[in-house]
Design a protein around this ligand. Sequence first.
Ligand code: MN
Length: 192
Amino acid sequence: MKTFTLPPLPYDMKALEPFISENTLSFHYGKHHKAYVDKLNELKPGTPFEDAGLEDIIRKADGALYNQAAQVWNHTFYWSCMKPAGGAPTGVLAEAIQEKWGSFEAFQAEFTKAAAGLFGSGWVWLAHKKGKLEIIAAPNAGNPIRDGKEPLLVLDVWEHAYYLDKQNRRPDYIADFWKLVDWDAVSERYLV
Ligand code: MN
């Protein structure tokens, strides 16, 4: 039987300060993300997904198994969308954003609005299908892979992502997220 492990954080716990604190990362990665991995391993035995990969479970499972698997994947992806100093989209992605939204600033404004407006817990994605870009506000453990779309960028808007640093101020967390987005990684995904 396949056992999932918590992937290493791609930077150290202080790397995203002052925008995301070591305290937040230690709980968010060390407790929340880890708990989703542990719970997934607990739930899997006896299901048709004992030997399935994470993306397979996300595409085909329902209920608690889907939720845990998607939360594992989403967090790993979220960490990989940030780095200590952000930047701006490049190459083909920069052009596609310009074409779809008119400007990078207009894209950012729409993504920010989707993130601020998502009621309760969830994830806001930039994804594409055959090159066609889309912003998706997905409640709970939502993941665009399930709908045959390719994720490019994600923001975790569960309260646990920002409450220790920002309390109820989700807009401040979103504003700081823009300073951390690893646009090189995001742009590279769009080339694949
Ligand atoms: Mn989270």
